[in-house]
Design a protein around this ligand. Structure first.
Ligand code: TRP
Ligand code: ZN
Length: 876
């Protein structure tokens, strides 16, 4: 385990590397407890770093050093020093060949960074700083080198993979296999990968726009070979899309994907050899839900798109992480939008941003898209870097238009191909290609916090002038008390009293992007006959909160008439939000709860709307989540939130029972399963209806869930029915459904994870005791992050009611698990603790229990640097 020494790294301290590595030759002799690594580095003094020959300082963690040689001669121990996290070697000449031998133990590596074993398969994870757990190296992204990798392994590991092309294959005298791979593209060490195992694969090919044939392979354990087809289809779609939309072709002759069960995140874009969390690549119609089909498509796209936005052009330092992640998330979101329903994709992404990213931006770990400092970089793979970073790129797209943006990305890729660059370089390429000035826009990279727009309007009937006044502000965040005005694109339209879009300029455009750049600005629209209704921030054109005093009638009107589908949904959310706010107040005051009749009517007409995309209808019927309500609250009163939301959901279900049942019946189908957008939409609406119907807990309606559970021919329907029963059926029925389900699927890792999640997320059974019991289940494994996430993570993040029990037992439980996990996997432990870090936002009694749980983590003894950073910043 890394020690918890609180060191902080600052962006302002960046210096060019003292030495460069022109080539890297690696040689691995794989053994579970004692893998021998030999590394030959062609090293050269960096001419841009200054004079003299300072010592060569290499990073290295938990390595057993065997020997150091320079130009073939052993270096005596007096000429190098082992550091707590590295090696310092005296240097006598500006160019030399350095050879280092060291040992590591993949079997004991539970941190899942560096080289480790997963179900007997060797694999690596080097981003961000995992390569230093393999061998001594200048482990920083601005040191780019050409890698050649030789793997020597016993016969039980027939498949031996690394980056690039296979160039040699032979045997040792004792019968071990020897395979050498060469990657012709210089890359930083974080993109290095190695895999060895008894794996099967499927194969296909892709012909690039310029006519080159690329071999595509997906590797997995034999039992999962039937679950790779969807990922392969997604990969080919992504390759075509990047050619069509960005003009980017793939550059090697082979592209490989490997599925691994033990993985800290979703997937990793290693050059030519992507490694995926099994859950993010394996799917079959019988075993995977629609959601997982879509997630797989977007993650396969994401990692593939990194080949240009991340690999060909990489980051200078880790403060620039959003350069590749924000841009690549924007690219994968547009890919998904083009492949599926654009509006629904946008709604899903914005919902997540508004709950989780806004909460991060308002919490103790708030940081800009380009952070100024960190203690542990693994903690900065955040929603702010990824999702807000993607919104920042999207705003540039909105400001420049699709064509201008493409000119900018072309220039960026051309200018910086093969380089390690900064967010500043990205913005400058956009500016230069378009002749625009994005000086003020750059503040999005340096300022943390969620900006607020206060909008007011005025209509002068005599002159027919409508004025919109927009004031922007941004709350203080840790280390940033004062905020400056940002450059904010506000896409908008104006509706007349018939619900039609009004022309906004001489060309009769009905949508306009207002460029807000000052603290306060007024925009005027002339020649209007009546006061229009503004539709603001269409498509969520900026990651901000908009306050405008809409009346209930106006929101109902926008829900029906706005031509922007996103804003139709958003109007519904605002309406539901106001109703739930009222219910919370009534609950606190001890008044009888009563649901606004307008909300019921609005939901009724949404449900009846057959013209709208049915997936959008499903989204419009969903009440804001408890987490969303919490994010909006001044002080989070968990009990009131749960009471208000449960009440509203039940009232809606009872009032709309007949319509819900009709809709449910109408959407039942025995078409063979296919995860296309239209079918997914129908299943989504059908299962939304089923969920509402089961909330009534009426036996006759629960029968529908029971029938669906026993007859379902796909996992989407099966899982939806299981969730309905687990949450709302009488104990015996719920228990037997869970048992049946497990017996049928116990051999399937991904389905078992889903089964865990249904239980720990259940308001009824997901009590703490049930979750503790699940941790004793033979399929649970604390060393496997997917299992940790599906049991503990789901409980803490998605079981709002049970996690926030007033006795604080949910918090104490989480603290206890975080401490245990930290000894095995600090990265995942530091992420898991997040729900406890927001204690200051809670009502006093509950907040104090949360703080105490957090303090108990701090007091538990030696904790990792990862966990220390999050906990200490949250207690401060
Ligand atoms: N670069 C990966 C991505 O596509 C992120 C990632 C995968 C990662 N595994 C990791 C980051 C482990 C840190 C640690 O977004
Ligand atoms: Zn990424």
């Amino acid at each position: 385990m890394k020690d918890a020494q609180p060191r902080t790294v600052y962006r302002k301290d960046y210096h060019a590397p003292e030495y460069l590595v022109d080539s890297t030759r690696l040689h691995f002799e794989l053994q579970p407890k004692s893998t021998l690594v030999k590394s030959c580095l062609q090293i050269r003094r960096n001419p841009d770093a200054g004079g003299g020959l300072p010592p060569l300082v290499l990073d290295g963690i938990e390595l057993e050093l065997l020997s150091v040689s320079i130009d073939g001669a052993l270096v005596p121990a007096s000429r190098y020093r082992e550091l707590p996290e590295g090696l310092s070697i005296d240097v006598e000449k500006p160019e030399f060949l350095l050879e280092i031998h060291n040992r590591i133990s993949p079997e004991d590596n539970t941190s899942l960074e560096g080289l480790y074993l997963s179900n007997g398969m060797y694999c690596t994870q080097c981003e961000a700083e995992g390569f230093r757990k393999i061998t001594y190296y200048p482990d920083r992204p601005d040191v780019m080198s050409k890698f050649t990798t030789t793997i020597v392994a016993p016969r039980q590991y027939p498949v031996l993979l690394a980056n690039g092309n296979e160039i040699e294959r032979s045997h040792t005298e004792d019968g071990r296999q020897v395979v050498t791979w060469e990657d012709p593209f210089a890359k930083p060490a974080y993109l290095f990968a190695l895999v060895a195992g008894e794996l099967q694969h499927i194969e296909d090919s892709f012909t690039t726009a310029s006519g080159r044939e690329v071999k595509l392979q997906i590797f997995t354990e034999a039992k999962n070979i039937g679950k790779c087809d969807h990922a392969m289809r997604s990969l080919k779609k992504a390759m075509r899309w990047d050619e069509e939309v960005y003009g980017r072709e793939y550059d090697l002759d082979i592209f490989m994907v490997v599925a691994v069960d033990h993985f800290n995140m979703g997937a990793m874009e290693n050059k030519g050899l992507n490694i995926f969390n099994s859950a993010c690549v394996l799917a079959s119609p019988k075993t995977a839900t629609d959601r997982s089909f879509q997630t797989i498509e977007s993650i396969v796209g994401h990692e593939y798109f990194h080949n240009w936005s991340g690999n060909r052009v990489t980051c200078r330092d880790w403060f620039q992480l959003s350069l590749k992640e924000g841009f690549t998330v924007f690219r994968d979101a547009e890919f998904s939008a083009d492949m599926n329903s654009r509006a629904v994709k946008r709604i899903e992404d914005v919902s997540m941003l508004r709950t989780a990213q806004f909460a991060e931006d308002a919490g103790p770990m708030a940081h800009p898209v380009r952070p100024d400092s960190y203690m542990e970089i693994s903690n900065f793979y955040t929603l702010t870097i990824y999702e807000k970073g993607a919104e920042v790129v999207r705003m540039i797209h909105t400001l420049l238009g699709a064509e201008g943006f493409r000119k900018g990305s072309d220039l960026y890729f051309e200018r910086h191909d093969g380089q390690a660059v900064t967010c500043e370089d990205f913005v400058r390429a956009m500016e230069d290609a378009n002749g625009v000035d994005l000086t003020r826009f750059r503040r999005w990279y340096s300022q943390a916090g969620t900006p607020v727009l206060d909008v007011s309007d005025e209509f002068d009937a005599r002159s027919g002038t409508y004025s919109l006044t927009i004031r922007q502000s941004c709350p203080p965040t840790p280390g940033q008390e004062e905020k400056l005005p940002l450059h904010i694109p506000v896409a908008m339209g104006l509706l007349d009293s018939d619900g039609n879009d009004l022309p906004l300029d001489d060309d009769d455009n009905t949508q306009k992007v207002l460029e807000v750049t000052e603290a306060e600005q007024t925009f005027r629209f002339e020649g209007l006959k009546e006061k229009p209704l503004p539709s603001l921030l269409r498509g969520f054109s900026a990651p901000v909160k908009v306050h405008y005093d809409y009346s209930t009638e106006q929101l109902l009107f926008l829900m029906r008439s706005d031509s922007d589908e996103f804003n139709r949904w958003d109007a519904g959310q605002r309406l539901a939000f106001a109703a739930l706010e009222q219910l919370q107040q009534d609950f606190r005051a001890g008044r009888t709860l009563e649901l606004q009749p307008e909300l019921v009517d609005a939901y009724r007409s949404v449900l009846a709307n057959r013209e709208l995309d049915q997936a959008l209808v499903a989204e419009m019927l969903a009440l804001p989540s408890a987490q969303t309500l919490a994010e909006h609250a001044q002080k989070i009163d968990a009990e009131a939130i749960v009471a208000a939301r449960d009440f509203a959901r039940r009232e809606l279900a009872l009032a709309l029972k007949d319509e819900l049942r009709d809709c449910y019946r109408r959407l039942q189908s025995d078409k063979p399963y296919d995860p296309n957008a239209a079918d997914i939409a129908e299943r989504s609406l059908k299962n939304t209806c089923l969920a509402y119907l089961s909330v009534t807990e009426e036996p006759e309606l629960l029968t529908l869930a029971e029938e669906q559970f026993s007859e379902a021919a796909n996992m989407t329907d099966s899982a939806a029915a299981l969730a309905a029963l687990t949450n709302h059926a009488p104990d015996d029925i719920a228990t037997s459904a869970l048992e049946n389900f497990y017996r049928r699927w116990e051999g399937d890792t991904q389905v078992v994870e889903l089964w865990f999640g249904v239980q720990s997320g259940s308001a009824r059974r997901g009590t703490l005791d049930a979750v503790r019991e699940l941790m004793q289940h033979p399929a649970f494994e604390l060393k496997n992050p997917n299992k940790v996430r599906s049991v503990i993570g789901v409980f803490a993040n998605r079981n709002f009611a049970q996690f926030h029990r007033t006795d604080g037992s949910g918090f104490a439980f989480l603290a206890e698990q975080v401490v245990a996990l930290d000894k095995l996997n600090p990265q995942v432990a530091a992420r898991l603790v997040t729900p406890l870090t927001r204690w200051k936002k809670y009502t006093e009694e509950l907040g104090e229990k949360m703080r105490a749980a957090l303090q108990s983590v701090m007091d538990s003894g030696k904790i990792s640097r990862d966990l220390y950073e999050v906990v200490s910043k949250s207690l401060a």
